[in-house]
Design a protein around this ligand. Structure first.
Ligand code: SF4
Length: 344
């Protein structure tokens, strides 16, 4: 808690993620402390212990809650290895809505196993008044995985295209910009460069459970400092940050996660507004869809340019084939296995 107290007020967005935040017995205290510091406070949860969020939603109805959901019941439970997970999450989120929750939704990692269900899940969420945030497979030290790789990249990106079209059909402005975010995901899945430069260490950072502050949750070499030993301002304007920013400007990982994509889409000065590029894309394609046209994805993404990812360690399992899990033990040096990976 002493570390969290050092996070300055006036932060635009704070996301409590995991691990699993609902396993924290002091989650309410953490929220009490962080809620006044941020314009938006999000809790990203697997949704299996949603009852633990009920007192939080009663007290702070505008807290943003996202539960991981990967598709229909059988797909979600298979992909996430959950028993009855889908039912618990849907029931749990509906309960949070009854209690007054205002910003509730699911988050889906679009991948080989569920790409065909993205549109269906979008409509399912919408029907219940929930949001749907999407991402795709990434590697990173914080994920404790180095073999998150899409296999049929073309099929996944095609399904993302369908989702983009659906998102542009409605009247929800948020979804129109999510459509642009999903355009970036199409590029990510195909292995392209980011559509917009990453602004890690300028617009966002990641704090790990040991109070280490990193520019992002992907590269363990981008450590800015430790919040237990130092003050936020020392870390954020310390000597190492310029070198780290240079390294970020040459970063080849090309991640396009919600945090790194949303910040890149924002206007650098007027942060509530989008940059011109995403704005014009949204206006043009929304009008096209409204007047019965379709998006010409080839204008934005080279769909035939699909990365040949030989340098990525491929998963030794896929779909129903099992593999031995390699979990890091508590006493091992943090992230030692995850220094070497490539995020394409
Ligand atoms: S693109 Fe590079 S700096 Fe940006 S989030 Fe990914 S690994 Fe971090």
């Amino acid at each position: 808690m002493d570390t969290l107290r050092k996070i300055p007020s006036g932060i635009d967005y704070l996301n409590l993620t995991g691990g699993e935040p609902t396993l924290r017995k002091d989650l309410m205290e953490i929220v009490d402390l962080l809620y006044p510091k941020a314009m938006t406070l999000e809790i990203s949860s697997n949704g299996l212990l949603s009852e633990r969020l009920e007192p939080i939603i009663k007290k702070y109805p505008d807290i943003k809650i996202r539960f991981s959901l990967e598709g229909c019941e059988s797909t979600n439970n298979k992909v996430r290895g959950e028993k009855d997970g889908h039912r618990k999450k849907v029931k749990g989120l509906l309960r949070l809505k009854e209690l007054g929750g205002k910003d509730l939704g699911f988050s889906m990692v679009i991948q080989d196993d569920n790409a065909e269900e993205a549109v269906e899940l979008f409509h399912f969420a919408k029907k219940h008044g929930f949001e749907l945030a999407t991402s795709t497979l990434h590697n990173g030290f914080q994920f404790h995985k180095s073999d998150n790789v899409p296999y049929d990249r073309s099929r996944i990106s095609e399904n993302m295209g369908k989702l983009i079209t659906e998102m542009l059909k409605g009247y929800c402005i948020k979804n129109w910009f999510r459509a642009y975010l999903n355009l970036g995901l199409m590029g990510k899945v195909l292995g392209h460069e980011r559509m917009l430069k990453c602004s890690a260490a300028t617009d966002f950072a990641f704090i790990d459970p040991w109070s280490d502050v990193y520019a992002c949750n992907v590269r363990p070499d981008l450590k800015l400092g430790n919040l237990e030993n130092g003050a936020w301002n020392e870390i954020w304007s310390g000597k190492s940050i310029q070198t780290i920013k240079e390294s970020i400007s040459n970063c080849t990982h090309n991640c396009w996660m919600v945090g790194s994509a949303k910040t890149a889409m924002r206007h650098p000065k007027y942060v509530k507004l989008p940059k011109a590029g995403p704005l014009l894309w949204v206006i043009y394609n929304k009008l096209k869809i409204t007047f019965g046209g379709s998006i010409n994805f080839k204008n934005y993404i080279d769909l035939n340019n699909i990365v040949n990812d030989q340098h990525v360690v491929r998963r030794s399992y896929f779909l129903n084939e099992k593999t031995e899990k390699k979990l890091q033990s508590k006493n091992e040096t943090h992230y030692q296995r995850f220094g070497e990976f490539f995020n394409k």
